[in-house]
Ligand binder design. Sequence first.
Ligand SMILES: Cc1ncc(COP(=O)(O)O)c(C=O)c1O
Length: 403
Amino acid sequence: MNSKKNTIKHSFLPYGCQSINEDDIAAVVAALRSDWLTTGPLVGEFEKAVADFCGVRYGVAVSSGTAALHAAMAAIGIGLNDEVIIPAMTFAATANAVVYQGGQPVFADVEADTLLIDPVSVEALISKRTKAIVAVDYAGQPCDYPALRAIAEKYGLWLVADACHSLGAEYGGKKVGTLADCTVFSFHPVKHITTGEGGMVVTDNPELAEAMRRFRNHGISTDHRQREASGTWQYEMVELGYNYRITDFQCALGVSQLSRLPTFIDSRRRIASHYSEAFSPSSAILPLAIHSEAASAWHLYVVRLLGNISREAAFRQLRERGIGVNVHYLPVYLHPFYQRRFATRLGLCPVAEAAYATILSLPIWPGMTEEQVHRVCETLALVVSEQVTSPQQDVSGARLVKP
Ligand SMILES: Cc1ncc(COP(=O)(O)O)c(C=O)c1O
């Protein structure tokens, strides 16, 4: 059941929104009344719950999805000048985690219809310095992991899944979490479940799990609960780590939210199929393709605007009418930092750049009502038809035609 606050009366519909109910609130309050605020029993409980949900052995909870990516990069040994292949179409954090370790992100182009990392582009970028591939399950759809796994095995590379968009998704009947050497989740409020801020890495590899537990706690080999249990104050910092710990009360929220994940995903799937059906007759609105092996978790519902429709104008006109569309993402290497640091330039990944000029993320979150979904469809159709009759100047350039 949604809490009152979340039976959203939004006249402005955001692209994403958390769903907090009374059970979530009670779980957090109970944690606040317990003896533990930071690392306590609920951290382990949440880790086990997420690992069990995914069907893997270990979960390591941290303070954000970004911290989880950083922990994964450290655990697989990314260091100075190591290359890590990542897709151009992702949030900056995927690349930043490589840079934190002194490594170099190498940007692979994406497939035109799914905007997922293109295995052909990945293989072409492998060099002597390549250590890992990070696949990003853009918008909630798992990448082609069998193809990526084959490349990783052929060249002896780590395969990491940035699954910040895809908790609960599947590929070929296998859950996200089981498809790579380690898999990273985010629990930011727009994601499938939230802990406010938070993240986790799941893996079947005990050494990676142990390394990430140290990494989130300054590189110290025991945590304070273990020391208390064994009656010692002594600890050793065996390598450089960070304070990336998550709190017990956040994990209380995480455990409660996880129990609601199946209903959250059902709602997202229902909204996505409503959109897909509504847009199928349109020659100007093209949703992402979904691979026949993939069951998307629909973090985002992304459409591309085709023909003479200006994305910039549509973005503005939809927002003026209360539809909180967003754009995910500017190809990472076009951010000023990346252009400066790695001399990356326009033209590096043409498919991602062409897509970027046309994409819009529509509102999708579990508490959205049918009426709100309908309102998004109608408003988008209206904005598109207005542009057809009165074309807008578009600065973004790229054009696609619906297949
Ligand atoms: C693909 C991707 N990776 C990593 C992150 C970072 O997660 P967080 O915001 O929890 O640090 C995000 C967050 O939006 C994301 O979308």
